[in-house]
Write a protein that binds this ligand. Structure first.
Ligand code: PLP
Length: 424
């Protein structure tokens, strides 16, 4: 067979030579230079600086300073890191705070929105949303009472969001519209301005889960008039496994809504140990218990790196990488039963590209075991290739495509079993 190589390694190397972000790769710990990691959309790589920082936090702040560290920066850490993150998402400094996990933040904000919007009983979402988000929303409407209801608008093709379907669903009974800005499976990215407007026209609040967008593309929550947002810090932000998520509430709404997990960290004067809950002002009321200081401290490193690189530069490279990969798919993979399960339009796509294949699971195994390429896999047949512009090179993109080709052409996947393990 003939392989079109005009987009080959020479071309990839040229793109790497002129890449203005190429210096960032060396800021990450790359233990095995041959490993091609294209799963930064699930768990970002470890920045070298994080190791040093964590050592300092453990040995000095915890080991030596002990409880005194709470007055030497720990107490304000959720706001201070949130203020930095605000610059990545077009928010004001006092509109973002680090807290809990994305799932827990969704719970707090969705229930708060439902209670705030008295008389309105519906939450609208779609079936491209992250399953954990759907589980949380199911629980939220259940807790809110029998009249409350979750409406899940289906995508027409499993890839793109259905804006007209959402338009039909959002009505004068809708308290909240909440969606993943970039869908975890297909990588489809909603038009934040247009959809937020759609919610507001019906009097509904808008809550975006930006987990697959933040750190991969510019987001402007302020310009888009977004009411609430949440997002993950261990994906493109490289904060480390289980690093706390962020939570955004536009300033004028902050003192009007309450945190349903009312804990002492959100109390007016927590160290008065008053027996009655009284929320503090501003976003701190959305804290519940004690923040995980170690991983919260770690998350700052990744945010600093993204601010230094510039989200616009990251987005430009991300688009260039995914377009390059899609070109390779078109030339070399599409006739081998690989189907593109991400949007073609780069403006509607995040930083990962999903390919479907009837042998997707076994191909994924062969990529990892035989080709040292780490993507991830989402049932039933999706191979997700996440390109993280801070550390993925264009040569990586080329190698991924060549590895996919080889795994199928040489039948390398055939020796693997078809059963799936617990974590894919
Ligand atoms: C990764 C991801 C989450 C993760 O939530 P956790 O509470 O950190 O497990 C939530 N929502 C979306 C859209 C995600 O992509």
């Amino acid at each position: 067979m003939t392989v079109d190589n005009s987009y080959g390694m020479t071309y990839a190397r040229h793109l790497d030579d002129v890449d203005n972000l190429r210096g960032f790769r060396q800021k990450f710990l790359v233990e095995d230079p041959e490993l091609i990691y294209v799963d930064g959309n699930s768990l970002g790589r470890l920045p070298r600086a994080t190791r040093e920082l964590i050592r300092g936090v453990v040995e000095h702040q915890w080991g030596e300073r002990l409880i005194r560290s709470w007055n030497e920066g720990w107490f304000e850490l959720p706001e201070r890191v949130g203020a930095k993150l605000s610059k990545l998402i077009g928010a004001q400094e006092d509109e973002v705070i680090m807290a809990d996990s994305t799932s827990v933040n969704l719970f707090k904000l969705a229930l708060a929105a439902l209670r705030f919007q008295s008389g309105r009983t519906k939450i609208i979402t779609d079936d491209l949303n992250f399953p954990s988000d759907l589980y949380i929303l199911q629980s939220v409407v259940e807790l809110a009472g029998a009249a409350c209801q979750l409406v899940v608008v289906p995508s027409q093709d499993g890839i793109h969001g259905d804006i007209s379907g959402l338009k039909l669903a959002v009505d004068d009974k809708t308290a909240l519209l909440t969606l993943s800005h970039t869908a975890f499976k297909s990588g489809y990215t909603y038009d934040m301005v247009a959809v937020t407007e759609l919610a507001h026209r019906a009097g509904a609040l808008m809550l975006w889960d930006t987990s697959h967008s933040v750190g991969a593309m510019p987001i402007d929550l302020g310009q888009s008039a977004v009411d609430m947002a949440i997002g993950c810090s261990y994906k493109y932000l490289n904060g480390g496994p289980g690093a706390p998520a962020f939570l955004y509430v536009r300033r004028d709404l902050q003192d009007q809504i309450g945190n349903p997990i009312s804990g002492w960290m959100g109390q007016k004067n927590p160290f008065d140990f008053d027996l009655t809950y009284q929320p503090t002002t501003g976003l701190r009321r959305f804290l519940s218990g004690t923040p995980p200081i170690l991983s919260l401290a770690a998350s700052e490193i990744g945010i600093d790196m993204l601010l230094e690189a510039g989200v616009d530069n990251i987005r430009a490279k991300s688009i260039q990488q995914s377009e390059y990969f899609i070109k390779m798919w078109e030339n070399n993979l599409s006739h081998l039963d690989f189907i593109l399960k991400s949007p073609r339009d780069p403006s509607r796509r995040g930083s990962h590209v999903t390919l479907g294949h009837p042998e997707g699971w076994r191909i994924n195994r062969a990529l990892i075991e035989d080709k040292k390429v780490i993507p991830d896999f989402r049932r039933p047949d999706n191979i997700r290739l996440g390109f993280a512009p801070l550390y993925n090179s264009f040569a990586d993109v080329y190698e991924v495509s060549e590895s996919l080709l080889e795994v199928v052409e040489k039948g390398l996947y055939e020796k693997y079993l078809e059963e799936l393990p617990e974590v894919t």
